[in-house]
Design a protein around this ligand. Structure first.
Ligand code: ATR
Length: 278
């Protein structure tokens, strides 16, 4: 596509950044809506995040996404951080305000919830009980989203107990830590099971979690989207549980940034899924 001298600019900062699907994702929406704008990969080394973010307003950028390893470091660089990003402890979306200051957001939590609502419309999150496996950066976004959506109890199992306890403290009183060895023991009355670890991703072992005791009506979802159907989702589907794959979280987390930078709220559609997967 061709852009003019007035094109609206945004991008994604990461190191490495070559694997990021965000340029393809935002590029699809820019083309679809005929917007005079561009979204570009920005390879920013770990020590260079401060000057790179400060350069955004000087270069006329509307903002950017942040990916590994920049999400946590950005907290202390931007001028203000919204409550969700503060609670999660990471920024994934930066908006350049009209006065040139930078606001940090985290859209993983609303992205996770929007994907769940689209993929499992019958699941009532308000008042629900969930089990989350994992306590890393992605799990913090998942837990923040669940708490905001009204989930009353989140059972959390993580291989390293210290990280599970840190998450309990951050989201007190909603999160209850479970011993890692008991991760399969308390699934009979839950409404939702989430894998928020990297287990099941291509090249990683599968998540070792027996589903024998899992309630048949529980929705099972995975933050891993490569492969689209993880071993966990395949096993859950085979026994009749509703499943939601993780690709939608990636797509939905991009919506608020696109809207802030380019002025239009885009939709997550089947055609977009196919485009990003291709
Ligand atoms: P992300 O930002 O994607 O969440 P992360 O912060 O490194 O990445 O977190 C990875 C998660 O996967 C953690 O919960 C991690 O467990 P630990 O806190 O014990 O490290 C989990 N994980 C990764 N490999 C694992 C494995 N082989 N067994 C169990 N859990 C694993």
């Amino acid at each position: 596509m061709t852009i003019s001298g007035r094109a609206k600019l945004a991008g994604v900062m990461g190191w490495p950044v070559g694997h990021s699907r965000s340029p393809r994702l935002h590029g699809y929406w820019l083309d679809l809506h005929g917007i005079d704008g561009a979204y570009v990969p920005l390879a920013v080394r770990p020590g260079d995040l401060g000057p790179a973010l400060r350069a955004l307003p000087k270069l006329g950028f509307r903002g950017c996404n942040l990916t590994v390893p920049h999400k946590e470091d950005a907290l202390s660089i931007v001028d203000r951080v919204d409550d969700t990003a503060r609670r999660i402890g990471a920024v994934n979306t930066v908006v350049v305000e009209a006065d040139g200051t930078l606001t940090g957001h985290n859209t993983d939590a609303p992205g996770f919830i929007a994907n769940l609502r689209q993929g499992a419309p019958d699941l009532a999150l308000d008042g629900a009980t969930a089990m989350v496996v994992g306590a890393g950066g992605a799990a913090r976004g998942v837990v923040a989203g669940l708490v905001e959506a009204g989930v009353v109890q989140i059972r959390l199992a993580n291989r390293s107990p210290d990280k599970a306890h840190a998450l309990c403290r951050a989201f007190d009183p909603y999160v209850v830590a479970m011993p890692w060895d008991e991760r399969g023991d308390h699934l009979d009355d839950i409404d939702l099971l989430v894998n928020a670890t990297s287990l099941g991703m291509t090249g990683q072992p599968a998540l070792d979690l027996p589903l024998d005791g899992l309630s048949r009506r529980a929705v099972v979802t995975d933050i891993v989207y490569a492969p689209l159907e993880t071993d966990l989702l395949a096993r859950a589907r085979a026994r009749g549980n509703p499943v939601v794959d993780g690709l939608g979280m990636l797509l939905h987390q991009a919506v608020p940034g696109f809207e802030a930078w380019f002025g239009l709220r885009p939709e997550v559609t089947e055609a977009l899924r196919r485009h990003v997967l291709a």
